[in-house]
Design a protein around this ligand. Structure first.
Ligand SMILES: O=P(O)(O)OC[C@H]1O[C@H](OP(=O)(O)OP(=O)(O)O)[C@H](O)[C@@H]1O
Ligand SMILES: NC(=O)CC[C@H](N)C(=O)O
Ligand SMILES: [Mg+2]
Length: 496
């Protein structure tokens, strides 16, 4: 049995807030970054890259730089801006760096679990930054313990790093060793791995989480890896292409080499990256996600119109769909909610009165815009329903006479096992309630979700090329029964 840290039975320790639900932990996915740029300040480039990827994870941040065989590492709990100062960055010299912003999915939110994970191998140290989540962590960790490795974290990411080290120590080189280890990993992994000899970028055979390649010029060739293109833009790197599902890119002084290591790669990008997680200025499938989300909003307006005076969006991620809804319906768009962008996750627990005012700490309604108006409020998703319920009350308190809600994706009915720690299924409001029941619970005059067909039509790509398990329960990578049990409401078998 694997020793289980008391905090680690779930990535997020079970706690209750005043609603009897866990604290407001938004759905996110980690951000990874890597850069090979001899002669450049790689720590600072990584710092800015992580800054642009901050929305993907806000629990901890870290950077590891390689100066020949020497590795310099700094990681801490907190936002990128809190973890790094000019002084700290100056202590991270080198030609190559990897960085990470974490949103925990396996292993609790503690500094020991922060990334990059650095492990010693026969060929020198490796530093690994992981976005995604494995579904066979238990087996990998048991195997590592059997081989007498000390597991110092409780993450799946350390298990990947040590599996590579095991292969290297058995005599393989970086590429062979890494490929052997990746073939043992089941689940989602987009990785940036630093070694003394080069930088590796990898995606699992389904490419569930994104990873892009950028160029910072030639002679010498300098390359960047980032979870999203917004991580390239900030440092002036030019987008080259995506790392493909089941591909490994190996970046050294010789340039960039590509290896396809997976037997049957099958593209299954997480569709929620497109709908919600990734930044609207990031490019996926040749367009900004802003444009994609506008189109989702337009489709939603065609499917579910309502006779109202004004359309408003839920900041931040619901705004593009609200603008699209307004464009297609001809009903004016207005800002009706102002978001405090500085409400992090680690703020001091508020007083009881403040807790009751709930949403206003994050979103404050604009009375002048709302008083006496019939409104449609557009958001990208309803997960637990906490945001919508508090929001609808706040909008009515601010004077809205009718509140209709429109959601630019289908109902979220299933939890994610691939890198987004959505709640257990029984906490997902659409898993147990009909649309009419949800409308009643959140207190709206009407509620409509984007249809499944409408979403696919808007997305345009081959419909099989996405993971949409959160809407369908159709998991493209088999999730072992005991892992499923941790989150899914499974029917009891007749023998129990
Ligand atoms: O139903 P719930 O469990 O409350 O979650 C759904 C809400 O959470 C997300 O937004 P979030 O507040 O995380 O941030 P963002 O839109 O600013 O990215 C999402 O866009 C919804 O608004
Ligand atoms: N959200 C993620 O991508 C998390 C990466 C990894 N599973 C961890 O918990 O650290
Ligand atoms: Mg939102």
């Amino acid at each position: 049995m694997i020793p289980n840290h008391p905090l680690d039975s779930n990535a997020y320790p079970a706690q209750s807030d005043s609603d009897g639900q866990r604290p407001d932990k938004p759905e996110e996915a980690c951000g990874v970054f890597g850069v090979y740029a001899p002669g450049q300040d790689v720590a600072k480039l990584t710092y800015f890259g992580l800054y642009a990827l901050q929305h993907r994870g806000q629990e901890s941040a870290g950077i590891a730089t390689f100066e020949g065989n020497q590795v310099h590492l700094h990681k801490e709990m907190g936002l990128v801006s809190q973890v790094f100062s000019e002084t700290i960055l100056n202590q991270l010299p080198g030609d190559l760096a990897v960085g990470h912003t974490r949103y925990s999915t396996t292993g609790s939110s503690r500094v020991v679990n922060a990334q990059p994970a650095v492990v010693e191998t026969r060929l020198g140290k490796l530093a690994l930054a992981h976005n995604g989540n494995l579904v066979n962590t238990t087996q990998l960790r048991e195997e590592l313990l059997r081989r007498n490795w000390d597991l110092i974290t409780t993450t799946d990411s350390e298990a990947i790093a040590l599996s590579i080290a095991t292969e290297i120590n058995a005599g393989k080189d970086w590429l062979e060793g890494a490929i052997c280890a990746f073939r043992q990993c089941k689940g989602a992994f987009s990785l940036a791995i630093g070694t003394p000899d080069g930088l590796m970028g990898v995606r699992d055979p389904n490419g569930i989480r994104p990873l892009v390649i950028g160029s910072m010029g030639t002679s010498p060739e300098r390359y960047v890896l980032a979870s999203e293109t917004c991580g390239l833009d900030i440092i002036g790197a030019e987008y080259v292409r995506d790392v493909e599902p089941g591909e490994l890119v190996w970046i050294t002084q010789e340039g960039l080499a590509s290896f396809f290591w997976a037997e049957q790669p099958k593209r299954k990008l997480c569709i929620f990256e497109m709908i919600y997680f990734a930044r609207p200025d990031s490019i996926m499938h040749d367009e900004t996600l802003y444009s994609y989300r506008l189109r989702l909003g337009r489709q939603l307006a065609k499917e579910s119109p309502a006779d109202v005076d004004v359309i408003i969006g839920v900041p931040d991620s619901g705004i593009p769909a609200a603008i699209g809804f307004s464009q297609a319906s001809g009903i004016p768009y207005a800002e009706g909610l102002i978001k405090n962008r500085y409400v992090g996750r680690t703020f001091i627990q508020p007083t009881q009165t403040m807790r009751e005012s709930g949403i206003k700490m994050k979103l404050n309604p604009l009375k002048d815009v709302l008083t006496g108006k019939r409104i449609i409020i557009v958001d990208d998703s309803i997960v637990r329903g906490t945001t919508s319920r508090k929001l609808v009350k706040a909008l009515r308190d601010a004077g809205a006479t009718e509140v209709h809600m429109r959601i630019s994706s289908p109902p979220v009915t299933h939890p994610c096992f691939y890198g987004i720690d959505t709640d257990n299924q029984d906490q997902l409001i659409a898993a147990t309630k009909s649309v009419a029941e949800i409308a009643e619970q959140i207190g709206v005059d009407s509620l409509a979700y984007l249809s499944w067909d409408g979403m696919l039509k808007t997305t345009g790509e081959d419909t099989n090329s996405f993971c949409s398990a959160c809407f369908t329960g159709d998991y493209p990578i088999t999730v072992p029964e005991q892992v499923k049990r941790s989150k899914l409401m499974l029917e009891k078998s007749a023998t129990c």
